[in-house]
Design a protein around this ligand. Sequence first.
Ligand code: ADP
Ligand code: GLC
Length: 477
Amino acid sequence: MKKILFVTSEAHPLIKTGGLGDVAGSLPKALAELGQDVRLIIPNYQSLKASGEIHFLTSLRVDNMSVNILETQLQDSAVKVWLVDQPEYFGHPGNPYIDETGNDRANNAERFALFCRIAVEVAMNRANLDWKADVVHCNDWQTGLVPALLSFEDYLPASVFTIHNLAYQGLFPASKFYSLNLPGRLWTPDGLEFHGLLSFIKGGLVYSDRITTVSPTYAKEIQSPELGYNLDGLLTYRNASLIGIINGIDVDQWNPATDTHISQQYDVHSLERKAANKTALQQRLGLPVDSAIPVFGVITRLVEQKGIDLLLQYLPELIAMPVQFAVLGSGDHAIELKLQELAVAYPDKLSVTIGYDEVLSHSIEAGADIFIMPSRFEPCGMNQMYSQRYGTLPIVRKTGGLADTVEDALPETIANDTASGIVFNEATPGSLLEAIKRALLLYQNPAAWKRIQARGMSKDFSWQQSAKQYLALYDGI
Ligand code: ADP
Ligand code: GLC
């Protein structure tokens, strides 16, 4: 049994802004089910929602700051969660990274540097918790300083750094390096310095024993200039220590047979019941109730990565066809406004919900016929997997984890029951339009449609295999 400290800035259902929350809320559970002693460590944001009891464990001083460690439990599991409680840094309502004006919080460098220092104290058994980590598993830039700081320790635990999205790097002015009091030896181009800036993510990429990312295809893509964000050289250099492990999903949370957020539960043997969810979705969103019109779902952060602009380009043309769109998302204000304008112009065709709404996200997965993910890049992506499990055909661009988890519907893949969605190549509005037209054509063929639904619903997206891969990785260090 290994003692694993899982360091993360979000974990569902405590706090979530995207797929990292999904992963950090479910991978530790899967590791615990494989007999490992996993502890999660996460900042105690004001907006964090613990389902169980929270109690005080200990307090420690780091960088002249007093920090409490509280403990709670990850929902439906034995995984203990350690909350890093420092109200000045984490006691604000709302998004963990962004303030009310939509900008990064001004003291993000200080906030996550403190979080990393505390994670190191905990990992090294210097926090009165009587627990020393064998493995420290870090995630994304917010945790990048952990492997860097651990490199100064004797008898240090093994470290793993998972890249969920290389586009977010935690870059700050060089002056922060000094004001954060980081060890001088780290300030080199082979360390935390990145073209004159302080890079948190480099702490993970340079100093961890192993680097992972969330799909095999993305592991290759980030070693090329196109998706490497000037870190492709470093990642290629560390190639022997870099592996892509596809994310699993929480198969209890995302199970149409037991999902309490949806109107009518169903499974692959009672697919006809999915129709009630479509009706409920159309009613809820004020779209005309019509079982024959294909409903396209979109649930996403509205940022360039996700390629929603590709959809917007031909939306007026698309809307002329017999279709309905159910869009849920938030992010870039310009995209939000454009979507809202279109929704006002075409109320019978397009419903747009701006915000974060977990219940609606389940209703869309269950009620839509087709789910669209035209991402420019996608390290893994979760919704294409949820969609397949809900018998909702995903249309995805062939990139990252989307390429690894969806099999394109072609005559031969339909015939041999491997097709599970529609895959298109180019990140252009035309290619997406073409893919949507293919989906509409396929929709006219209920027998083929049902086979593709059945294939998607019977695929194993659980953490079983991937959690074992992480264990093997920890063992190999
Ligand atoms: P990313 O992490 O890049 O945003 P993923 O596909 O990995 O993309 O994961 C996104 C997760 O966040 C999914 O669980 C998705 O359902 C959820 N999500 C995204 N936007 C919203 C929203 N507006 N409301 C509810 N859930 C959302
Ligand atoms: C990131 C990526 C997404 C991935 C998620 C969880 O947010 O953008 O593709 O699924 O992390 O690993």
